[in-house]
Design a binder for this molecule. Structure first.
Ligand code: ME8
Length: 540
């Protein structure tokens, strides 16, 4: 639903309603809309970028499994000085450079099984045209004016800074020299939105998460907002300012709008209304101000609804500092994928650390967790269970003959894991969600140790009991295959194949988890190990 702005009073009322969240539930919105940042194509991805995207994919898959309609957007940010410089250094035009680099991003997402619904490139017409229209509208209504900008600019961040934020001439994030620019630029009246932004953070605290980031943004805005330079004249690689094409748009003004152009801004109102506002913009804390200050102010000016939440996670660090391409500490996802596979990779970056906080990356802890949780706990559980089913019941899952205390306890653990997983995912805590799932995995291993099916198998009088035990184990594995699906889709598929359950039968979580006897009579196939152990030497 777009807000109709016919007069200033109406505009103020519309903005107030948007801040209160009163229009945040457009009547036709029917889609859970989730985004990652669009990444710069100055270079190839490193594991920091994949960190955001893997976590976003986990949320997208979870919401789909919960039966919701989901739209999951990612893409590439292709304008600006940083990309122009990369192209120049490589002797090609910026668009040639972008065309060369962006497939490498998609290739990584494919290897990681990222289930994005759309991939937007900011050089596409479907993006640039609506962006120009919107900026023209802001100009026409008096939100943009011409003045001279003097101050520091970091090309690596593509961000303007206050002189007071520059430490010894260096950018506070990249620790690289900033440029001092003095140019005639168009400015957006950002300062006019300061009070409304503060009201937004106060009345809708979930708008910026986690809390520490909201406090940070709040004090930044309370410290005084300057108007924002939104055009540049010293280079030409950007979206032209429609009324004055010797200016190109500041890359962030174009980039942020990817979230709205991808869902039909200015082109397809019906689609836009079904999808916008975004439910969740997932970003790193480096681009918090752009998302929690500039973006809502622009949307207020444009009379569009505000996103429901911006969650800024912490950094993967190397030597205590942000891993980055600029500082040459970026590790290629391919390197880890070769050793750990997509599932091992995804699991690590979902499970390790607390989403929101910084965390160091280390091969040793990745290997240790992979071997403990995936190779030992889950992989061995599946292989020994299917081996027992094969040996004791000719690979046909037997009918249970009645549940005892141990079975009831295990069912209770399963129920709790499903329930708690959902609670943690909705609180944007993938690590805690997976901890619950692996509690269940360990409980199944304990159940096997307690029921000792290998002993039961030696006693013909215990045949019925053995049938119950094997059925219970197989059923638990089926449930685990569902719970791990948002995190490890390939392992989920392979477990289901080995169990003889069609992968496409994966139903919404709520329907799939209850105990059923659907597995009785199913033929299992013991396949290759799902998580082969990784030797520490191999990762050296
Ligand atoms: O900022 N740890 O693109 P970008 C965790 N184009 N996450 C990291 C990370 C690290 N060490 N390094 C990068 C841009 N990221 C803009 C965004 S959106 C409208 C425009 C992730 O290629 C994290 O999500 O520099 C961070 O915010 C993003 O990559 C920055 O990617």
């Amino acid at each position: 639903m777009t807000i109709d702005i016919t007069s200033n009073t109406d505009k103020d009322a519309a903005i107030d309603a948007a801040i209160d969240g009163n229009v945040a539930n457009g009547p036709s919105k029917d889609t859970f809309y989730l985004t990652t940042p669009i990444y710069y194509v100055n270079d190839v991805p490193h594991i920091g970028h994949a960190y955001t995207t893997v976590n976003a994919d986990f949320f997208a898959r979870f919401h789909r499994m919960a039966g919701e309609k989901v739209f999951f957007l990612t893409g590439t940010d292709e304008h600006g000085q940083k990309i122009a410089q990369a192209a120049e250094a490589n002797g090609v035009t910026p668009i040639e450079w972008a065309d060369r680099i962006f497939p490498g991003w998609q290739a990584v997402w494919d290897r990681l099984e990222i289930s994005y619904d759309d991939f937007i490139r900011t050089t596409e017409d479907r993006h640039t045209k609506p962006v120009q229209e919107l900026v023209q509208r802001l100009y026409d209504q008096g939100d943009i004016y011409l003045a001279t900008y003097t101050g520091p600019y970091c090309v690596a961040c593509e961000a303007f800074y206050q002189p007071s934020e520059i430490i010894d001439g260096l950018c506070p994030i990249h620790e690289r020299p900033v440029e001092w620019i003095e140019e005639e630029n168009y400015f957006f009246r950002l300062s006019a939105y300061a009070d409304r932004l503060i009201e937004l953070y106060e009345t809708r605290p979930e708008f910026v998460q986690p809390d520490i980031r909201r406090n940070e943004v709040m004090s930044f805005v309370k410290g005084g907002l300057q108007d924002l330079s939104i055009s540049r004249t010293s280079f030409s690689w950007g979206v032209p300012i429609p009324w004055d094409p010797k200016h190109v748009m500041y890359v962030w003004i174009d980039a942020l709008q990817n979230y709205t152009t991808a869902v039909g801004q200015g082109r397809d109102e019906e689609r836009f209304n079904r999808t916008w506002p975004a439910d969740l913009h997932l970003i790193g804390k480096d681009i918090l101000r752009q998302h929690a200050v500039i973006w809502p102010a622009l949307l207020m000016a444009a009379g569009l609804e505000l996103p429901r939440a911006v969650f800024a996670h912490g950094f993967l660090t190397v030597g205590g500092k942000k891993m980055s391409k600029t500082s040459l500490t970026g590790i290629s996802p391919h390197l880890l994928l070769d050793t750990f596979g997509a599932d091992g990779y995804r699991y690590h970056f979902l499970r390790e650390g607390t989403f929101g906080q910084d965390g160091p990356f280390s091969w040793e802890s990745m290997t240790a967790r992979y071997n403990a949780d995936l190779a030992n706990d889950l992989g061995n559980l599946v292989s020994r269970s299917l081996a027992m089913t094969t040996n004791y019941f000719d690979a046909i899952i037997p009918e249970p003959t009645g549940a005892g205390e141990l079975e009831t306890t295990l069912h209770e653990v399963a129920r709790r894991a499903g329930e708690q997983m959902e609670v943690h995912v909705r609180a944007l805590n993938p690590s805690a969600a997976l901890a619950e799932v692996f509690e269940f995995v360990r409980a199944v291993n304990h159940y096997i140790d307690d029921t000792t099916p290998w002993k039961l198998s030696k006693d013909p009088a215990q045949r019925d009991r053995l049938a119950t035990v094997i059925h219970t184990i197989c059923e638990a594995i089926r449930q685990i295959s569902i719970l791990i699906c948002p995190a490890m889709p390939a392992a989920s598929r392979r477990i289901r194949e080995q169990l003889g359950v069609e992968p496409e039968e994966l139903r919404p979580l709520s329907e799939s988890l209850p105990q059923g006897s659907s597995l009785v009579g199913t033929k299992v196939t013991k396949g290759a190990s799902i998580f082969p152990r990784v030797e520490v030497e191999k990762t050296d």
